[in-house]
Design a protein around this ligand. Structure first.
Ligand SMILES: [Zn+2]
Length: 349
């Protein structure tokens, strides 16, 4: 009899709870998915660019915890089911504290903190570092800087207080606030000419700089004499140089199929990684040409960013695949180099 009363009492309580449930559970239920959406919103708030920015930068490892978190809502729905749940009305509040799921975030790899950052850093764009042959055409001459001129530029940068960083450092700063030297500069070299190994590498080391070299890996595979070899790559990497991909064979990547892009983008990445035993995170668009599809494939291939041939020094965590550079012209004097640098660094908006 007492038992029956008790059960009846409990039943009444449950009914009341359920009646209020619409109200009581709502905010709590809503709270769970909100966590997810607030996560996305906090990643810069600038909609598609900011959230897409976050994706490639997070490691594969960093992604998995996120997906482990999402299932969180399920405990909440386990509670909502009315029938057997007699007393558990208070329990739910504690259940969502499944926060520990987040803790397993892997230690070494950076996870973007969602804060939008902008920074002016000159990314210099070099090609040949050698004296062009006598019969070289205007384009070739413009792309070639003599080792002497190159060294003069390095000396200037050093005296002016610049410290070279890698693109990896720059992106870590933009996404996690990683601290950079006071006047950072990135020196990039497109195409992977053998003179980069013969002259640039030595001069960079001599003056305490590092460089980022973008390879067209078909040229290494074919052992073309005018391009650095895989052995050169391994040696330079061991000497502190950074490597990125510049496509498989320097083709125009615009308006291409996904399969073709994967071949041009993922292939060289794996080829370089195989040699340097380290992830390749940056890409240089051949001839600066790209479209949305190219960026989408780069993201899915876990690249962190890409350099363009657009002039500028302002970089943003929201646009990691549109890093701007300053083109170095072979015919320019040191004075012109300095003027250009200062113009893009301080005067240009
Ligand atoms: Zn190129």
């Amino acid at each position: 009899m007492i038992k029956a009363k008790l059960t009846w009492g409990i039943f009444v309580v449950v009914v009341i709870i359920l009646a209020c449930g619409g109200l009581a559970l709502r905010p709590w239920n809503a709270g769970v998915p909100l966590d997810d959406s607030s996560l996305t919103a906090s990643h810069g708030g600038a909609g598609e660019i900011a959230s897409s920015n976050v994706e490639p930068l997070s490691e594969e490892k960093a992604v998995s915890p996120t997906s482990t978190v999402t299932p969180e809502p399920s405990p909440s729905s386990t509670v909502t089911p009315l029938p057997p749940t007699i007393t558990p009305s208070p329990t739910p509040t504690s259940t969502p504290t499944t926060t520990p799921t987040v803790t397993p975030t892997p230690e070494p790899q950076p996870t973007p903190d969602g804060i939008a950052r902008r920074l002016r850093v000159p990314i210099l764009m070099y090609h040949y570092v050698s004296v062009p042959p006598a019969d070289a055409d205007a384009i070739r001459r413009d792309l070639s800087i003599s080792p002497q001129k190159f060294e003069a530029q390095l000396k200037y940068l050093k005296e002016a207080g610049f410290t070279s960083i890698t693109l990896h450092d720059l992106m870590l700063h933009l996404t996690t606030g990683y601290s950079l030297p006071e006047k950072p500069v990135v020196l990039t070299f497109d195409d992977g000419y053998v003179d980069n190994y013969e002259f640039a590498y030595e001069l960079l080391r001599k003056h305490g700089f590092t460089g980022t070299f973008f390879l067209v890996t078909a040229f290494q595979d074919e052992s073309r004499p005018e391009y650095m070899s895989w052995d050169n790559v391994v040696e330079m990497h061991a000497g502190g140089m950074e490597f990125g991909a510049h496509s498989y064979n320097h083709a125009d990547l615009q308006k291409q199929s996904v399969d073709y892009l994967v071949w041009q983008i993922l292939g060289p990445r794996e080829a370089i990684e195989e040699r340097i035993k380290e992830p390749v995170r940056f890409f240089s668009y051949p001839s600066g040409a790209y479209d949305d599809q190219v960026v989408a494939v780069l993201r899915s291939a876990h690249y962190w960013g890409a350099v363009t041939i657009r002039q500028g020094t302002l970089h943003s965590s929201e646009r990691p695949f549109e890093l701007r550079r300053i083109r170095i012209h072979g015919g320019d004097s040191l004075g012109k180099f300095v003027d250009d640098l200062n113009y893009w660094l301080y005067e240009k908006q």
